[in-house]
Design a binder for this molecule. Structure first.
Ligand SMILES: *Cc1c(COP(=O)(O)O)cnc(C)c1O
Length: 378
């Protein structure tokens, strides 16, 4: 089955009894057992719920993994995945990893004894240099946030295999429609399903998908033992959102390309970061490992005044945290995702106070351009 067909027909027939085409929402915390000797497929809903299972199988299928698991948030999926490791273990992590993952690693997991070294993952030699005897995994994100840097996943996997360690990839920005890290040899994909997978800015959720069944069973044990599961009503919303993943991603991306081309011609715009631009340093690598540049871009403006005017003035894009929704979202990394970082460190990483990130929604791109033009050309 091709991707679009799998989105609609990838799951087993849903409801043999009545033939409903939408998954029933099983609002049951427990399932009655018929025999004292053998229990049914479901017993307690933290361990398994039919609605959640349908969503988990759908996401595992799209990512081409053996086991998929749904969590209460993206960060819960990441935290649960990190519980695969032990105090004393070490990870190599891309330096522009999602801010919440950075916080999780440098506070809670650091206190627990899991060490992390942050490196520029666009440089495979830098990854190699950070690997120690106690390193257990690489944790990567490509494209990264907010500077849209590209990591060569195949090169990272080769390095990881050489050292017999895992490769974990946060695939939130691309979704399996555009990039499937497990097919490139990575071991685990994590997602903030809050973003493009659900796509409608109305659910907080996360996923972990394991390439092989054995690792998947270890994650399933953690999901049940740690307990950060996604509730059945939210699962149903994500099942609904997923059906339009292909058409949404195509549209987000087509509009992003148009907006990127327009931004490139504005004298108030100093630089545009987007993996679809041929002069992007990661352009070739990205094209090798993904089938499109996606719907998120960043750009740098000529002055703080213009930045402020744009962020506060634009009507059609929400000025907010988050991305991947049907509505466009403009974010300000310096005061949002990277607010906790000292200004000097932030500047050193290229996250200036004139940098803006745009998640392109499903509005007509001409309207978005006209809206932004009012604040860029004054
Ligand atoms: C939002 C986000 C997360 C965290 O997900 P939540 O659903 O907010 O917990 C993780 N990684 C990336 C890349 C994100 O954008």
């Amino acid at each position: 089955m091709k991707f679009a067909t799998e989105l609609i027909h990838g799951l087993d027939p849903i409801d043999a009894q009545h033939g409903s085409v939408s998954h029933p929402i099983y609002l049951s915390s427990t399932f009655a057992q018929r025999s004292i000797d053998s229990f049914g497929r479901y017993d307690y809903a933290r361990s398994g719920n039919p609605t959640r299972e349908a969503l988990e199988e759908a996401v595992a299928g799209l990512e081409k993994g053996a086991v998929g698991l749904a969590f209460a948030s993206g960060i819960a999926a990441t935290a649960s995945t990190l519980l695969l490791f032990r105090p004393g273990d070490h990870l190599v992590v891309c330096e522009d990893v999602y801010g919440g993952t950075f916080r999780l690693l440098t506070t809670l997991f650091k206190g627990w004894g899991l060490e992390a070294t942050f490196v520029d993952a666009t440089d495979n030699d830098a990854i190699a240099a950070a690997i120690r005897p106690e390193t257990r995994a690489l944790y990567l994100e490509t494209p990264s946030n907010p500077l849209i840097k590209i990591t060569d996943l195949s090169a990272a996997v080769a390095l990881a295999k050489e050292h017999a360690i895992l490769t974990i990839v946060d695939n939130t920005f691309m979704t399996p429609y555009l990039q499937r890290p497990l097919e490139l040899g990575c071991d685990i994909v994590v997602h903030s399903g809050t973003k493009f997978l659900n796509g409608h800015s109305d659910v907080i959720c996360g996923f972990a998908v394991a390439k092989d069944a054995e690792l998947g069973q270890r994650l399933r044990f953690i999901q049940n033992a740690f307990g950060a599961v996604l509730g059945p009503q939210d699962c149903w919303l994500v099942l609904r959102g997923l059906k339009t993943l292909k058409v949404r991603m195509e549209e987000h991306q087509a509009s992003a390309r148009k907006i990127v081309a327009w931004l490139g011609e504005q004298k108030e715009v100093r630089q545009v970061y987007y993996p679809g631009l041929p002069d992007h340093p990661g352009y070739e690598i990205h094209n090798r490992q993904a089938s499109g540049p996606g719907g998120v871009l960043s750009f740098e403006l000529a002055s703080y005044d213009t930045t402020k005017r744009l962020l506060e003035g634009v009507k059609l894009a929400a000025f907010a945290v988050s991305l991947g929704g049907v509505e466009s979202i403009l974010s300000y990394p310096a005061k949002m995702s990277h607010a906790a970082m000292p200004p000097a460190e932030r500047e050193a990483r290229g996250i200036k106070d004139t940098l803006v990130r745009l998640s392109v929604g499903l509005e007509d791109p001409d309207d978005l351009i006209a809206d932004m033009a009012r604040f860029l050309n004054v």
